[in-house]
Every structure is written in C-alpha cells, then in structure tokens.
Design a protein around this ligand. Structure first.
Ligand SMILES: Nc1ncnc2c1ncn2[C@@H]1O[C@H](COP(=O)(O)OP(=O)(O)OP(=O)(O)O)[C@@H](O)[C@H]1O
Ligand code: SF4
Length: 301
C-alpha cells in the first residue's frame, strides 16, 4: 500500500451528515501539522467531497507520478508557530467541476476507496486523517476491510467520532460507535461539535442545541470524551466561504519566507492560520490525540 510510510491513520467518523466532520478533519490536521507532525488528509466522501472547498482549492488538480497520484500540497502559516504543511487527496481534485455529481454503485465506490489507499504517493507521514461520508456506507466498509487487512499492527490509531449535542444526532452517532465495535476499529474518542454559541458581543454561551449529549454517549460506550467545540460564525466566514486571510508573497514567517506558491484560484497556498476562536480548541484535541497514542506506546511526538 502507499500507506507504508504513514505512522498513524486516524478516521474521522459520524453517523450523521453536516455535524462538522470535514471541518474537524481540516482543523485537526492543521493543528497536528503545527505541532510538527507531518500530516495528510484523505477525503473518501465520494458523493460530497468538501475538503478542496474548505481549503479554497476547488479547482486544484492532483497529478500522476510513477509512485502514484501526488496529493495537493497545502501550506498554512502563523506568525509565532511556523508553517503547517499538509498533503490532501480528494475525489474533488479529480472532478472537472465542483458540484459534478458522482452517481456510482457500491462496487465502483469500493474500488475508488481501495485505489485511494493504494495509489497515493504520500511519502513519509506521522498522521493521515481520513474524512469519511456520514453513516456506514460502502466507503466505510471498503475502508475498514482494507485497513484492517493491510495496515501494520498499531498503524490504524482509531476513529475520532463527531457528534452534535442533540439526541437525534447522538442516536445516529451511536450506530457509528457500534460499527467501530463490530469491525474492531478502535475509538480514540468523541468530539461534541456545535456545542453552544458564544455571543460575540457579551461572550455569553447559549446552548441552542442543548449540551452534554456527546459526553453522555462517550460514557455509555466507555470511550474517551475529547471535548466540545462551540459554534463560531467567524469560522464559517473564514473556512466555509473561503475567506481565510492569506499572506502576500514574500512575507517572512518564523524566519522563513512564505507565499509564492500560486493557488489555482489566484490565491496563495499559504494562508494565515488561527484567526478564529476555535483554533486553540482544535489544538487541544490534536494534543489529546497525540497523547493517546503516546500513552499507548505507538505515538510519535
Ligand atoms: N464549530 C463550528 N462553528 C461554526 N460553523 C461550523 C462549526 N463546525 C462546522 N461548521 C460549519 O457547518 C457546516 C457543515 O460542516 P462540515 O462540512 O464540516 O460537516 P460534515 O459533517 O463534514 O458534512 P457532510 O455530512 O456533508 O460531510 C459547514 O458550513 C461548516 O463551516
Ligand atoms: S447573548 Fe447577550 S449580547 Fe449576545 S445577543 Fe444575547 S443578549 Fe445580546
């Protein structure tokens, strides 16, 4: 497999759509990268690949090399902490237009997931985060089968399971935890996203969608609770609408010149990181994930 030089594989799962899997994958990957972990993202959401869009790279394309597909490089920078470099692979980079429909039957999806696991030239990585579609679909089964059969002992670190606090979401996410149990995928922990809204005017936190569902579910399944992430409207503006501020070409960050890599949409692949209140929270979750592996004897810090 092209995963031979990948240290740890972390799956980001949820039973329900729209709970923030892709957002958590991207922010966790950026945090891991700034913690000096070489990180990649594999997006196996074949019908709704959103990773390219979340990095404002909807028209970037992967290229073929003798060792396999070359993932798209992403650079993000912060004045104090240096430069995060990620490699990303998504079906979105292979489609002609964003919004092109992928209407595939199960066997074709299975083949695509296998190809993603076998034919991407990741090089050497500490962490590969795999963003998945909601539910327990063909993509999940192909992923679980391939990894459980071919990954080295300890290489599949486990799953970060994302939920929102409402009962309807936690009921669906329960199914995902049961899927992990049945297939033998270890669960690293549960993240409760969209847990409360912090008012930008008075900082009062309002639990619009109730709270505590994720923690209760983690306790019920005997897995770790990794934390809560509130709703931050600025996060949507920066990430979802592609308005992350970018550095001009030639800026020096942490003693290194950044910029200069032209993004296909005219922007730069170097962008400012940590302009929203959620970043420290994602860093905390990333540290937890690294810590879990370290205490299990498999982590690399
Ligand atoms: N904590 C948060 N604060 C504000 N907005 C958020 C937060 N988490 C996610 N969002 C927004 O919610 C929307 C859905 O998030 P995202 O695409 O990450 O969900 P998903 O679970 O990956 O969805 P899908 O089921 O389509 O794969 C996006 O617009 C994202 O920017
Ligand atoms: S939380 Fe306070 S400041 Fe924010 S909208 Fe409500 S009343 Fe206004």
């Amino acid at each position: 497999m092209s995963l031979d030089n990948v240290g740890q594989i972390v799956l980001v799962l949820s039973g329900k759509g729209g709970v923030g899997k892709s957002s958590i994958t991207t922010q966790l990957a950026l945090s891991l990268s700034l913690l000096n972990q070489k990180t990649g993202i594999l997006d196996i959401d074949l019908t709704g690949p959103s990773i390219p869009h979340l990095f404002s790279l909807s028209s970037a394309k992967v290229t073929q090399a003798p060792g396999g597909w070359l993932p798209v490089p992403i650079h993000a920078a912060n004045e104090n902490e240096g430069i995060a470099e990620l490699n990303c692979m998504s079906l979105g980079f292979l489609l002609r237009e964003r919004g092109d429909a992928v209407v595939w039957r199960g066997p074709k999806k299975t083949a695509m997931v296998r190809q993603f696991l076998n034919d991407v030239a990741w090089g050497s990585l500490d962490y590969l985060l795999v963003d998945t579609p909601p539910g327990t679909s063909d993509e999940h089964i192909a992923l679980a089968e391939t990894l459980l059969r071919s990954a080295r002992a300890g290489q599949l670190a486990g799953a970060v399971v994302v939920t929102t606090p409402q009962a309807v979401a936690t009921a669906d996410v329960r199914k995902e935890l049961n899927f992990c149990k049945k297939t033998g995928i270890p669960v690293l922990g549960v993240v409760e996203n969209m847990s409360g809204f912090v008012c930008p005017h008075c900082s009062e936190c309002t639990y619009i969608f109730s709270s505590g569902g994720g923690k209760a579910m983690a306790e019920e399944f005997g897995v770790r609770f990794l934390g809560t992430v509130p709703v931050d409207p600025q996060f949507v503006a920066l990430v979802e609408e592609g308005r992350r501020p970018v550095y001009p070409v030639g800026t020096r960050v942490a003693g290194r010149e950044v910029g200069g890599v032209e993004a296909p949409e005219g922007g730069l692949l170097v962008e400012k990181y940590r302009d929203c209140s959620l970043c420290p929270i994602f860093e905390g979750i990333a540290r937890e994930v690294i810590g879990i592996r370290t205490s299990a004897g498999n982590g690399k810090v």
